[in-house]
Design a protein around this ligand. Structure first.
Ligand SMILES: Cc1cc2nc3c(=O)[nH]c(=O)nc-3n(C[C@H](O)[C@H](O)[C@H](O)COP(=O)(O)OP(=O)(O)OC[C@H]3O[C@@H](n4cnc5c(N)ncnc54)[C@H](O)[C@@H]3O)c2cc1C
Length: 415
């Protein structure tokens, strides 16, 4: 029976592992390299804007059941904006057309037969193409099974898959896309209501988890970067944090919930994804005009999704490697022109911030997906967690939380 579980990394995978284990009464210690928990899903006070922003706007869908279960456990589901229907306002900046996709709640998608609810320019039978994704052979790309053009692709499937996979859909893994579709679009409108953190990612996903861990007797230690494992035969015997070393007792278990590059440097011979894609976010300190929807999809723009928070407008651009070298000022002005047109705001560029996450997620390509390892390692007391492990999903909050839950449940079985 494990005496204690040592979790390396306080991103969502590490936090979800800790929360799940503490629910089962297991003793946990979490070690985080930085001074903040949340990893790639965190908020911070931005010195330029003088307000708290997220490192990236994160969208969940109501079919993300592990993420919602995690929020229930830590008492934070009410920190999400949760619309009562699956409704997605869109604007096409090339034609200035605006429409709102309004799905019905049930599994049978009768909304696709209603021209006022489906995507303009599409026919009901176009939507059947989504089923081809579900039957894709392993290793196939989306481009192998879908015609990646036409109104339905340009105005719905392409933008949704780009956001979910953070990789250009034609080259992305059809199985990862199918996994997302199965749990959301195909499961009916009840499963793809868009959800996002009202007061920031940390207030929803991180701070309540830290309070939960503390209340249950777990510990989280910040500023401790794991440098190496000491090992004997098939088990790790100590954790080397440089200045300190933590000896392990027989029966102690480790969950390594760090990014793939770090995990590969700590576990010799570990296979992991090596190609990544960037995400760019632009934040503008301006109050959203009354009536602007919480989230708007943008077609034919540099901006892809516009989020309206009470104190700012924020834009997300996925698979954004092409923008990494664009000067920040140029990017901010270009995106602001689009935002101002969508929101109907006149006036000069407000205070802004551009956040570029270079390695936001692993590239959701079939060859990268094939490199993702399961939870086990060469050592029998070290398990892996993280959005990049083989969860069957792309790199998302849902995948990260599921990976943590899986590691915790494997430990539960050892008891
Ligand atoms: C800009 C952006 C936008 C995104 N948008 C969405 C979205 O809309 N929807 C969605 O579902 N997902 C989105 N994602 C993906 C989501 O953020 C990730 O899938 C999730 O946060 C990954 O969690 P993780 O715990 O697996 O990894 P991480 O968050 O990377 O956590 C790893 C942790 O390990 C720590 N660490 C690293 N090395 C060490 C070490 N040696 N010792 C100790 N600790 C260490 C790190 O500091 C970090 O805290 C987005 C990501 C980004 C970057």
């Amino acid at each position: 029976m494990p005496r204690s579980v040592h979790i390396i990394g306080a991103g969502l995978a590490g936090l979800a592992t800790a929360v799940r284990l503490l629910e089962q009464g297991v003793r946990v210690s979490v070690y985080e390299a930085t001074n903040q928990a949340g990893g790639r899903c965190r908020s911070y006070l931005d010195p330029v804007l003088g307000i708290t922003i997220d490192n990236g706007n994160h969208l969940l869908l109501s079919g993300n059941r592990a993420a919602l279960g995690y929020l229930d456990t830590i008492g934070a589901r009410d920190r999400l904006i949760r619309p009562s229907t699956a409704s997605f306002p869109f604007i096409d900046l090339a034609t200035r057309e605006r429409w709102t996709l309004r799905a019905n709640n049930g599994r049978i998608p009768w909304w696709i037969f209603d021209r006022n609810r489906r995507v303009p320019g599409t026919r009901a039978r176009d939507y059947l193409s989504i089923l081809r994704l579900l039957r894709a052979a392993p290793g196939a790309t989306i481009g192998d099974v879908l015609d990646c053009k036409g109104p339905l692709y340009d105005r719905l499937i392409g933008p949704l898959l780009l956001a979910a996979l953070n990789t250009e859909p034609p080259e992305s893994s059809a199985s990862l896309a199918a996994a997302v579709m199965r749990e959301t679009l195909v499961a009916g409108g009840r499963s793809y209501r868009p959800l996002f953190a009202r007061d920031g990612l940390s207030a929803a996903f991180v701070e309540p988890a830290l309070r939960f861990i503390e209340a249950k007797g777990g510990t989280v230690v910040f500023g401790q970067r794991l440098r190496a494992f000491a090992c004997e035969a098939d088990r790790v015997t100590a954790l080397d944090f440089g200045e300190i070393s933590v000896p392990l007792h027989p029966g102690d278990t480790i969950v390594l919930a760090v990014p793939p590059v770090v995990a590969s440097s700590l576990v010799p011979g570990l296979s992991s994804p090596t190609e990544f894609r960037a995400i760019v976010n632009a934040h503008f300190r301006v109050k959203p005009p009354a009536g602007l929807p919480p989230i708007t999809g943008i077609i034919n723009g540099t901006a892809e999704w516009l989020f309206a928070f009470h104190d700012r407008l924020s834009v997300t651009i996925s698979s954004a490697d092409r923008l990494l070298d664009t000067p920040r000022e140029e990017l901010a002005s270009r995106i602001w022109r689009e935002v101002a047109a969508i929101a109907g705001i006149a006036g000069p560029l407000p205070p802004w911030q551009i956040v570029r996450e270079r390695r936001a997620t692993f590239a959701a390509l079939p060859r990268e997906d094939a490199k993702r390892p399961g939870p086990h390692t060469r050592w029998n007391n070290v398990l892996l967690a993280g959005d990049w492990t083989a969860t069957g999903l792309p790199a998302t909050i849902e995948g990260a939380i599921r990976s943590g839950k899986r590691a915790a449940d494997l430990i539960g079985k050892m008891r």
